[in-house]
Design a protein around this ligand. Sequence first.
Ligand code: AMP
Length: 160
Amino acid sequence: MNAATILKSKGRGVVTAAANKSLLDIAKLLVQHGIGCIVIVGNDDKIAGIVSERDLMHAIGQSGAKVLKEPVSDFMTKKVVTAREADTVDQLMSEMTTHRFRHMPVVERGRLIGLVSIGDLVKIHIADAEFESGAMRQYITSQPSVLFDQASRLRLPGGA
Ligand code: AMP
């Protein structure tokens, strides 16, 4: 499973904003879309930064609510770590763990084509774990009848 598979199921939409938007605009976008981060793009549609709810909380916690009027460009992370479609779930998980962030924009040929969050990865891990435990349960519960069938097959010819 890789980033392309995730995007196929969740869609390629990414909520973006321009760098001159205020932190209040960003907060409104986060609430409106029920998401945790916004990718900031330049006029050329290239990624200029990323801002998450954590950056907002940090800014307000340090300087008070007045920062909400300031442009997001002053608070966003400018060095954005991105993923490729071919990156596996394990690679994405490892990047997010190493860098301690929960979002990775997916970029192909310089274009933003989606975003993978830690929530998407956790969802996949839970689905995998449930599938494995279901298969295991099925295997274990099927064992007595398998043994019984074998015993019957062995017993019947001999007993005749
Ligand atoms: P998050 O855990 O995603 O809420 O973000 C924690 C911090 O990492 C914030 O300062 C974000 O701006 C930053 N951040 C989030 N995603 C990325 C990313 N893909 N590349 C670089 N920084 C990021």
